[in-house]
Design a protein. Structure first.
Length: 500
């Protein structure tokens, strides 16, 4: 048994570590240029939705995007609880990137504290501290710490859902039942892919608590989670049916499922393993898992968490195996922390606490530095510069057309693709239409000019195709040009002459 005084000292050390980590996030990781940051397009969409909720219409069930064309911009997406919280803060303090960044930081810090407390009860404070260090220094966690995306909130709900469910299995109470049902449903509403937690819960029951299958509350809880998430997704789809905008949750726009030939490529699985480790469980989890397997000490919790992670990785293989889906692995840091804590707990008593802490801190500092170096080396994005070019000449709310760099159809996976990059709209505070990089010819721009678009922003990746260049020469004026792209002021074109 660990003395109460030692528990207290470890708890203070854990708290101090979390606070130091938060300080590092705010001073070294945070950036005000969110469109140049990791997954800047997702951050721009999230911040734009929050801005529209704050200053246009505060209705979380009807969120609005900027790439709305000439419509109201209601979009099919996950429950926008995260942007709503950001919007409420911006209403009180004014528009800024700080509310979202602080919200993400608070979610990660709180989840880390809960994980430390749970690991302490399970393995003791020394092992829990090692697990905490592994969690906080994972590259996915470092990047998410001040990223304006809903994933940190979903991760917090995922963590609460798992911990409350495990506690309820061990000692059922109404409070724990309500906690795991609410947290699991919230995780699925904020980020439907975190419903991998349902797989984890099911495997945990089968491996360690089969008697729970006879509890009606278990089935009622799972049924409520599915019903609540399904009902919301049906509502979200109704927005797509009526307004035509979607992030690809249920309707059009995107597919996370892989093509068969991609599944058969060895490279796909190598990439999946790499992203799963670097952005998910973390590098220390690999030797920890190998050590536990050698000692035959892997537990039911790790097996259950791994099962959920495996299912999610297969379902969302297209993104989980590539750089555009690193956030899908954020929940898997819980598995990494659990592996490291259990491995630490099984170490021989001859490994002194001082030596263990010294090694753990050294590894943690190296991993933290590695993650910070990665995120701080991200290059500026052309969308940011083109957005600033547009902001200099277009008043807020102007209707514009933006040529995205992404294609309408992914050439490698041969699936529909969400090409609507929001960054130019967000930076310039304009609204309008995004057209895919592979939408060739003059017709798309001409049609939108006839519908009221006043500017065409061409984000540089490929040069203008000859047909579009000819049309622009006749119907537009070059306003600005840079290596990042070109900006044209469109003439007012009638529908009858739009392609002439």
């Amino acid at each position: 048994m660990t003395p109460a005084g030692a528990h207290h000292r470890w708890a203070l050390a854990a708290l101090a570590t979390i606070l130091v980590w938060c300080a590092l996030e705010l001073t070294l990781r945070r950036t005000s240029a969110i469109t140049d940051d990791q997954h800047g397009w997702r951050q721009a969409d999230t911040q734009a939705i929050a801005r529209n909720l704050a200053f246009e219409e505060l209705d979380p069930l009807r969120p609005r995007i900027d790439w709305r064309g000439d419509g109201p911009g209601y979009v099919e997406t996950e429950l926008q609880l995260y942007p709503t919280l950001v919007a409420l803060a911006m209403r009180a303090t004014g528009e800024s990137v700080w509310p979202g960044q602080l919200l993400s930081l608070a979610c990660i810090a709180l989840a880390a504290a809960l994980v430390y407390a749970a690991l302490t009860r399970r393995f003791g404070p020394r092992a829990a501290y090692a697990g905490l260090l592994a969690l906080l220094t994972c590259q996915g966690v470092v990047v998410a710490g001040t990223s304006i995306q809903p994933d940190p909130l979903a991760f917090l709900a995922y963590t609460v859902g798992f911990l409350a469910f495990a506690a309820w299995l061990a000692a059922p109470t109404r409070a724990r039942l309500a906690a795991w049902i609410a947290a699991t449903a919230l995780a699925g509403l904020v980020k439907p892919t975190t419903l991998e937690l349902g797989v984890t819960q099911g495997v945990l029951v089968l491996l360690a608590h089969r008697g729970a299958l006879r509890r009606p509350a278990l089935w009622l809880g799972w049924g409520l989670v599915v019903a609540v998430v399904a009902a919301f997704l049906v509502h979200a789809r109704s927005l797509y049916v009526e307004y035509g905008n979607t992030f690809g949750v249920l309707s059009g726009g995107d597919s996370k499922l892989p093509a068969l030939d991609a599944v058969l490529r060895p490279r796909t699985w190598i990439d999946l393993a790499r992203f799963f480790v670097v952005w998910g469980v973390g590098l220390p989890a690999v030797p920890a898992a190998l050590y536990l397997a050698w000692r035959r000490r892997l537990g039911a919790e790790e097996a259950a968490l791994a099962a959920g992670a495996l299912v999610l990785s297969l379902v969302a293989l297209r993104y989980a195996s590539g750089p555009f889906g690193t956030h899908y692995h954020l929940p898997h840091v819980l598995l990494g922390a659990w592996l490291v804590a259990r491995a630490t707990a099984t170490l021989d008593d001859r490994v002194t606490t001082r030596a263990l802490v010294a090694v753990a801190l050294a590894v943690a500092l190296l991993l933290q530095a590695r993650a910070l170096r990665y995120v701080r080396s991200l290059p500026p994005q052309p969308e940011t510069e083109v957005g600033r070019m547009l902001a200099r000449v277009a008043p807020p709310g102007t209707h514009v057309v933006v040529r995205a760099r992404a294609p309408r159809r992914d050439p490698d996976w041969r699936t529909p693709n969400n090409f609507e990059d929001p960054r130019v709209f967000y930076v310039s505070r304009t609204r309008g239409w995004a057209i895919a990089n592979d939408d060739a010819g003059a017709a798309p721009v001409a049609e939108l000019a006839a519908r009221g678009a006043r500017f065409y922003a061409h984000v540089a990746q490929h040069p203008l195709d000859p047909e579009l260049a000819t049309w622009l020469a006749a119907h537009a004026t070059l306003v600005d040009t840079a290596p990042a792209g070109q900006l044209y002021r469109l003439d007012r074109v009638s529908r009858s002459s739009r392609t002439k």
